[in-house]
Design a protein around this ligand. Structure first.
Ligand SMILES: Cc1cc2nc3c(=O)[nH]c(=O)nc-3n(C[C@H](O)[C@H](O)[C@H](O)COP(=O)(O)O)c2cc1C
Length: 259
């Protein structure tokens, strides 16, 4: 694979879940956020909340909460004499695109300063709690959190699918059993070799009372991820409620539900 200093930085990145006490300087924090902002945007439909050092997960000194922010757009439009009429699902999609690109730019910027980071995905499900803490106005929705600081651990980089299972030129292929099995083998053997799940002792429990048949010798990424998406969040109601509390209306038109 061709490389250069930026690719090297990106290829050695991994999520960091243990941090030193060192507080990054204001200059570094500002550079990380500014580099984040330089990501491409549809409409800069995000804002970033920062907390330093108060009960941040993994002992990280910085906690960023990246929000989809429609509120600011509406403030600007009002001053131009416009009212936002685009439906909230579209605004949410554009906002998620903008905010995600911004967040990942921050991750790479942090990496370039010798810092580490780790996303926390629960924010949308605790949006009401986050909104109270930061006094968020309506139409600001916490999308994802990002802890950041100087690493106090150096885990290996985690495996990824083979690129042929990800990059499809011109046509989406019919994936063969062999290709699917190769992808699973790469992921599972990669994580097992790193003792990823056995070190952390985190198996997702089987919720239906089925007997556990996996040990830490064979419990790996594809089983873990299958247990997540095979058991969790079956109903969209929790998320729709959080969105509605934050002033977003996502509705399926009458009569379209069963189509
Ligand atoms: C949207 C998102 C949410 C995540 N949420 C969590 C989380 O709640 N807790 C955690 O420890 N890691 C979380 N992660 C980190 C992933 O577990 C990690 O990126 C993945 O296992 C790949 O490992 P790597 O980042 O070291 O390459 C999240 C990552 C993303 C992109």
């Amino acid at each position: 694979m061709r490389s250069n200093p930026i690719i090297k930085t990106m290829m050695k990145r991994k999520s960091i879940r243990k941090y030193t006490d060192e507080m990054p300087s204001q200059e570094i924090i500002e550079a990380v956020v500014r580099a984040g902002q330089q990501a491409p945007f549809a409409s800069q439909l995000y804002s970033v909340l920062l907390s330093r050092k108060k009960g941040v997960p993994f002992g990280a000194p910085l906690l960023f909460t990246i929000c989809v922010d429609i509120h600011r757009m509406e403030l600007i439009m009002a001053r131009r004499g416009w009212k936002l009429v685009t439906n909230d699902l579209s605004m949410l999609f554009f906002g998620i695109q903008d905010a995600s690109l911004m967040a990942e730019n921050m991750v790479i910027a942090a990496e370039s300063f010798g810092m580490g980071s780790c996303f926390l995905g629960a924010a949308p499900y605790i949006a009401d709690k986050i909104a109270r803490k930061y006094k968020l106005p309506p139409r600001v929705f916490p999308l994802v959190q990002l802890v950041m600081g100087y690493p106090a651990e150096d885990p290996p980089t985690r495996p990824r699918y083979q690129s042929g299972f990800t990059l499809f030129e011109d046509l989406y292929p019919e994936l063969s059993d062999a290709e699917v099995e190769l992808a699973m083998k790469r992921m599972d053997e990669g994580y097992l070799a790193q003792n990823y799940y056995s070190k952390g002792k985190f198996k997702i429990p089987l919720e239906s009372g089925q007997e556990e048949t996996f040990t830490y010798d064979n419990y790996s990424w594809t089983e873990h991820i299958s247990r997540k998406w095979g058991q969790w969040y079956e109903s969209p109601d929790e998320l729709l409620t959080q969105l509605s509390k934050r002033g977003f209306k996502i509705e399926i038109p009458e009569g379209e539900q069963s189509k």
